[in-house]
Design a protein around this ligand. Structure first.
Ligand code: AOF
Ligand code: ZN
Length: 342
């Protein structure tokens, strides 16, 4: 039987639970799970614990207790089949008497995959791939990318005017976008693993690069701040304070930057224009978040420079993933256009 309306609603609850722990589970994926009783009512919600702790299914089963028996588990990732730092979730679901499992993305980790088969063999009704796009573009995006490619997922974020500029002629850039867009950036930052900027941006703007609450206070969790480039930055730079960890990399090679980030799969590249150009030219931008403000400057630095494009045939082209209106600004989320020859 395909997924029911109740199960689709439960999947959205599971996605929200996964989003709630995004950034706290590395190197494990942020997974969400919901247990429905035999009537289809939600009796347990869980999400992956920090590494070494119980997986999402176990958290949701604990919340559900005996009401899980004969019920359904709705999970964003195929339940694991292995004893790693914790026991196999497929077995935990069987022991709890779950009769049906609906999940979104298959687990590509060869050490953990196979849970669906274990469940089916034991007589559980398993439905795979439900809402896979939502999960693969959502909470599991960076982790799946890392599993498939072996490297971190890089989002290049910039704010620009209608004429593609990120600063005025005199270098001032605060603020191009409105308060809602800036609040969104801070809410997103707290869930990231790392934020990367060039030394030029540190010298020009002295950014703090912390995630802040709406009242301006630092968020509980802070991504790693990464400064890359060969220029010296002053010891008094705000990015070197103790509000969050900071890594200074003396390189401008995007490949070295990505390699140095190891077990931090969800990386945000914040600029400036030359660093963004280098990442684009190296093919290391996996997603673009363009905040476009209804503002014109007519002069001033572009959001990106030197992306290795000399002629229109070599233009970097993107596909739209979403368009959102945030206050008076637009947020375009784009992914590199797939090469039709591949
Ligand atoms: C699930 N539910 O919530 C998560 C899963 O070392 P361990 O035991 O923590 O296992 C890590 C692997 O388990 C991880 O690489 C991924 O394949 C899977 N993660 N599986 O059933 C979860 N976080
Ligand atoms: Zn598991």
């Amino acid at each position: 039987m395909p997924a029911t309306a109740q199960e689709l609603t439960a999947l959205q609850v599971a996605i929200d639970a996964a989003e709630g722990v995004r950034g706290t589970t590395s190197p494990n994926p942020p997974v969400g799970a919901v247990i429905l009783d035999t009537d289809g009512a939600v009796v347990g919600v869980g999400a992956t614990s920090p590494v070494g702790g119980p997986h999402a299914e176990v958290m949701a089963l604990r919340a559900a207790g005996g009401r899980a028996r004969g019920g359904t588990a709705v999970v964003t990732l195929e339940p694991c089949n292995h004893t790693g730092r914790t026991g196999p979730c497929a077995v935990a679901l069987l022991e709890a008497g779950i009769a049906r499992v609906v999940y979104a993305a298959a687990d590509p980790n060869p050490a953990a995959s196979g849970g669906a088969q274990t469940l089916r063999t034991a007589g559980v009704d398993v439905v795979a791939g439900v809402g896979a796009d939502l999960v693969e573009q959502g909470p599991l995006r960076a982790w799946l990318h890392r599993q498939r490619t072996g490297r971190a997922h890089v989002t290049w974020k910039f704010a620009a005017t209608l004429d593609g500029r990120s600063a005025a002629a005199d270098g001032t850039s605060q603020w191009i976008t409105g308060p809602q867009a800036r609040a969104r950036v801070h809410a997103d930052r707290a869930k990231l693993d790392a934020i990367v900027v060039g030394t030029g941006t540190v010298l020009a703007d002295d950014p703090w690069l912390t995630a802040r609450e709406p009242d301006g206070s630092p968020a509980a969790r802070q991504p790693l701040r990464v400064v890359v480039g060969e220029r010296e930055i002053p010891a008094t730079s705000r990015i070197l304070d103790d509000a969050a960890e900071t890594l200074v990399l003396r390189t401008r090679d995007p490949h070295e930057v990505v390699a140095a980030l190891g077990d931090r799969p969800d990386v945000l590249l914040e600029g400036g224009p030359h660093l963004a150009g280098a990442f684009l030219a190296a093919g290391l931008v996996d997603r673009v978040q363009a905040f476009l403000a209804p503002v014109l400057l007519g002069a001033g630095a572009a959001a990106v420079e030197d992306a290795g494009v000399g002629t229109i045939a070599r233009a970097l082209r993107f596909e739209r993933e979403s368009v959102e209106q945030i206050g008076s600004d637009l947020l375009l989320t784009l992914v590199p256009e797939r090469d039709p020859r591949t």
